[in-house]
Design a protein around this ligand. Structure first.
Ligand code: ADP
Ligand code: 5GP
Length: 196
């Protein structure tokens, strides 16, 4: 039987683009049961290998704006020219399953969640240095196709986003993948056990 009293916690993993959010979330969730990973809605086009309903809910701008009007989002942001948002239905779905929910979203979105849900735990993924961030961003799949302008925009944004790290509950330095994933996993596990 699912113990619903344990569910309903919101974890938000954020940090600059290329910091390693997706990598660490995937690894940590492999050994932390009972956490549902939220699927965001977005207006950006799918990248090679991405699937609708698994990686994102891909949709045209008109539909996204309609959902904004209908107040279906817990939070939404325009990130690098596209819209991204967390549907309230995802949070409800996690609750229905008796699970906690984890959102991997941008820094402004993370702070927006905190303003609405004080109980949310905000986790910041910090790259070991700006130089290392540049090299990871360039090496990430899709990074090869990124224009010089897009690349510089992300780095300029990263410098601003890193300053927001102080407003997060936990900061994890993503120096070495295995170590950082273990740290993220233990933060999630620790919080879940405290609630229990
Ligand atoms: P984000 O989701 O924050 O944009 P990703 O998880 O896509 O970042 O990681 C960006 C790139 O950096 C990927 O190619 C990933 O394999 C690589 N990466 C992530 N963490 C590390 C690490 N600790 N050391 C080296 N490379 C890493
Ligand atoms: P990408 O296009 O590389 O998948 O994501 C670009 C940025 O959008 C990343 O920083 C990612 O974390 C962020 N993002 C993804 N989903 C959401 C969401 O639902 N809300 C917000 N605010 N940001 C999101």
């Amino acid at each position: 039987m699912i113990d619903k009293s344990m569910a309903g916690r919101i974890f938000v993993v954020s940090g600059p683009s290329g910091a390693g959010k997706d990598t660490l979330i995937e690894r940590a969730l492999a050994f932390v049961p009972g956490v549902y990973r939220s699927i965001s809605a977005t207006t950006r086009a799918p990248r090679e290998g991405e699937e609708d309903g698994r990686d994102y809910y891909f949709m045209p701008e008109g539909r996204f704006k309609d959902l904004i009007k209908k107040e279906r989002f817990l939070e939404w942001q325009e990130v690098y020219g596209n819209y991204y948002g967390t549907l309230k239905a995802e949070v409800e779905e996690a609750e229905r399953m008796g699970k906690d929910i984890l959102l991997g979203i941008d820094v402004k979105g993370a702070l927006e969640v905190k303003s609405k849900r004080k109980d949310a735990l905000l986790i910041f993924i910090l790259p070991p240095s700006l130089e290392e961030l540049k090299s990871r961003l360039a090496g990430r799949s899709g990074g090869e196709g990124m224009s010089e302008k897009d690349f510089s925009t992300r780095i300029a944004a990263a410098e601003e986003e890193i300053k927001e790290g102080k407003n997060f509950d936990v900061v994890i330095v993503n120096d070495e993948i295995e170590r950082a994933a273990l740290e993220l996993g233990s933060v999630l596990k620790g919080e879940r056990e405290q609630v229990r």
